[in-house]
Write a protein that binds this ligand. Structure first.
Ligand SMILES: NC(=O)c1ccc[n+]([C@@H]2O[C@H](COP(=O)([O-])OP(=O)(O)OC[C@H]3O[C@@H](n4cnc5c(N)ncnc54)[C@H](OP(=O)(O)O)[C@@H]3O)[C@@H](O)[C@H]2O)c1
Length: 334
């Protein structure tokens, strides 16, 4: 039986010492309808510790992961963990009646075969999991036991493409050329994310082998060519999306499909022919979408930007939390 969360809701964070987790701490500490009950790090490596960057924003102490403590002290748990840990902990928490919001990929893929390939730690999807892109599935998210937040790259791609697919305007190939700041890879440095490797450089990676392509294809119902790049920024994503349109599609039809989809969406800003930039959305929950249409040759190019740590992770998670608590989705996010 899933507990009904009263307001203020008792919300805890697991993975609070990571890049996305620290953003969650900042957002929940000032959220008017939430009591931040616990912020936890990994169990294996950590002792209790402060988060110096958050002093006077949240003066609590991070404690090591403790599932019993989460289950006893909170109504909702937000997971900002590596996916194997999220698969185990998320499943255990909903079995104990809590509601969960997961930022990892552990619960995003519905096909058993595809999940086995991309997220093998999740052997089965529990009941009540919802793919939680708030602009597209708000009613399902309101009733979710576990809101599985989309990946950062898929959030941008799907917000731009889903309304066009739903309106039947697309035909043939879709190419998503994506660029991400380095925080997208999390806090543990690697050869690829080392400052000396990426400063002054741009590198493509994961061509035909990135799990976010599977997620985008699942939601869109069509094959995409997805090419991510690492760029020497700390945060932010920009995707340039190349679409073949059905013959005869007009610029006005493209604009109408996007405007109809987002007429009442507080965090999607349509910029039309004024193409958006990462700096316009950094440190916010906005996703900005601009576009150009070549009517004579049925081509469309969209440019989509968001902050990977916020709209691509933590603040999108809080937007989902608001829906699950029956609040206005902008609560604590303006
Ligand atoms: N970064 C992004 O832009 C982004 C965007 C969308 C989604 N996500 C997803 O969000 C999740 C968190 O990403 P992140 O970039 O914030 O990661 P991160 O910076 O690497 O932080 C990982 C967090 O998980 C904790 N942790 C690590 N292993 C653990 C374990 N076995 N058990 C319990 N806790 C453990 C770490 O604690 P310690 O400090 O004790 O090690 C830390 O708090 C990932 O699944 C990622 O795919 C990230």
């Amino acid at each position: 039986m899933t507990r009904i969360a009263p307001v203020p809701a008792r919300v805890a964070i697991a993975g609070a010492t990571g890049y996305a987790g620290q953003e969650l701490v900042k957002l929940l500490a000032r959220h008017p309808a939430v009591t931040l009950t616990d912020a936890m790090s990994s169990g294996a490596t950590s002792a209790p510790r402060p988060l110096p960057a958050l002093k006077r924003i949240w003066d609590g102490t991070v404690v090591p992961l403790d599932i019993d403590r989460l289950a006893a002290g909170s109504d909702v748990v937000m997971l900002a963990l590596p996916e194997a840990a999220a698969a185990e902990i998320g499943t255990a928490l909903i079995q104990r009646g809590l509601r969960v919001i997961d930022l990892s990929g552990a619960f995003r893929i519905r096909s058993d075969a595809d999940r086995q390939r991309w997220y093998p730690a999740t052997t089965a999807l529990p009941d009540g999991v919802v793919y939680a892109l708030p602009e597209r599935h708000p009613d399902a998210i309101r009733g979710a036991r576990l809101a599985s937040c989309p990946g950062c790259y898929p959030t941008a791609a799907l917000l731009a493409l889903e309304p066009l697919a739903a309106a039947g305007l697309m035909e043939g190939s879709v190419v998503i050329d994506a660029k991400s700041g380095i925080s997208g890879a999390g806090k543990a440095p690697s050869d690829r994310t080392h400052f000396c490797e990426n400063h002054g450089s741009v590198a493509a990676y994961g061509i035909f082998s990135h799990r976010h392509a599977a997620e985008i294809e699942q939601e869109l119902g069509t094959t995409v060519t997805f090419v991510p790049h690492l760029v020497p920024l700390d945060r932010g994503i920009l995707e340039t999306v190349y679409v073949s349109l059905k013959r005869g599609t007009t610029e006005a039809q493209v604009a109408a499909a996007l405007q109809a989809a987002y007429a009442s969406a507080p965090f999607v800003r349509l910029t039309g022919g004024d193409l958006p930039e990462i700096k316009h959305v950094a440190y916010t929950n906005f996703c900005d979408i601009g576009w150009k249409v070549d009517e004579s040759r049925s081509r469309l190019v969209l440019v989509v930007v968001l902050d990977n740590l916020l709209k691509g992770a933590a603040s999108q998670g809080v937007q989902n939390l608001n829906l699950m608590l029956g609040l206005d989705e902008t609560t604590g996010l303006r």
